[in-house]
Design a binder for this molecule. Structure first.
Ligand code: FES
Length: 185
């Protein structure tokens, strides 16, 4: 067995300590989209898939395992993960609300949206509710300025927000959660 294949097997074993085989297979699908000597091109997808299979959280050890699996340096994975806010480098709640406070959203009322959310959830920006249901974060421009003010919740954009609209969205999330906790549809 060649040294390269041994290293690849070791890296796979390390990644398998964190995420299931079907998640590793999904990373392999991403890797296959690029030339064989460009595995690193799959780093964004690899980190996202890993995060999704680890309670939406990317600890350093998991980033290392993805980096090794893609045969790149640990620091190369950290550079990507720390640049984009979609990667969660700290544990988060079951739902994540990312409120854009960049210029267009700020001019269109993001301050009121943040105030409504911090009051409704009883958390500050960057915090998670006591019951671990919702993490509230502030993010930079999400490229949806035409719909400012906006936020992203669990990968869905909510645009043209008003305090009433965001309150109703949060109420919807919490009541859906309460129903599912009770085993209702
Ligand atoms: S400034 Fe908020 S989406 Fe662009």
């Amino acid at each position: 067995m060649s040294e390269t294949s041994t290293l690849a097997e070791t890296a796979q074993k390390s990644l398998a300590d964190f995420i299931p085989a079907d998640a590793i297979a999904a990373i392999d699908v991403c890797v296959a989209k690029y030339p064989a000597d460009r595995k690193r091109s799959a780093i964004m997808s690899g980190l996202m898939i890993a995060q999704e299979h680890n309670n939406n959280y990317l600890p350093e050890e998991l980033m290392d395992a993805v980096a090794e699996y893609l045969e790149i340096s640990h620091i190369a994975a950290y550079e990507v993960a720390t640049f984009y806010t979609m990667y969660n480098l700290e544990p988060v709640g079951e739902h994540v609300i990312n409120v854009c406070t960049n210029i267009s959203c700020m001019l269109r009322g993001s301050k009121e949206i943040v105030e409504t959310l911090t009051k409704r959830l009883n958390v500050k920006l960057g915090e998670t509710t006591e019951d671990n249901k919702i993490t509230l974060r502030e993010v930079e421009c999400q490229g949806a300025c035409a719909g400012a003010p906006m936020c992203e919740i669990d990968k869905t954009f909510h645009e043209n927000l008003t305090p009433e609209k965001i309150e109703s969205i949060v109420d919807g999330i919490l009541s859906k959660q309460a129903r599912s906790n009770k085993g209702e549809a």
